[in-house]
Design a protein. Sequence first.
Length: 256
Amino acid sequence: MGRTVLVIDTDPQANATLGLGVYPDSLQRHIYQYYIKHCLDTPEKVLLSDYIIKTVSGIDLVPSHLDLVGAEAVLYKNPDRYHILKKGVDQVRNRYDHILIDTPPFLGQLLINGMIAADNSVMVFSSDIFALSGYDHVNQIISDINEILGIKIKIGMAILNRWDIHLAKTETFWDKVQQMFGGMPEARTDTLQEIRTQLEKRVSVEIPDVVIISEGKEVSHSLKQGIPLITLAPEDPALPGFSKAASIIDSWKSGR
């Protein structure tokens, strides 16, 4: 599309960083330091631009690191902790067509910072039995942010990832324990298919755009090599879904 893009990785797992061909342990600067410097007793002026690096894909990146795991507790020292990332994003907003923020999958300060800094949020659902409860938890966070901080979070798109993989009846830990001790697992009415159906119905009503991403064959190779999927495997079955998601995000820039 020829757009200028910045990716800000705020997930300690650093998957976005690795997916862009950057190894966190090779870096001297990353997002952890940006957050920590905002929590010093004598805070210095911190610019997000100081942490931006170039990647081979042409996408700019603020990388993450495993050290970010320790940032949650430190952030409580800053009474303005919820807006730390937004301040940095506002500094560089005009340099890019799109700024993408990758947040952790768990609820906490980093997730809240990412949602407040974003104009639109994207919810990604994996194909598992926890998708529906995860949706409820995030909605509760959004409600709390609105009630406590007076900030309305906009969910612009839902991505149903790997939504066409084989549907099989899942076996829980307790099912296995019962079998080990000679008991029979209880019949489960909430199958994965039923959960998917419930989630699809809800997101289609509550979220403007819903994109289904098919199971990709080369996605993992694309991430490992730091090469865009459209370059590495333009015929990959996951690509149409990713392309649709990209078009939707691009439409936000024009204020569709």
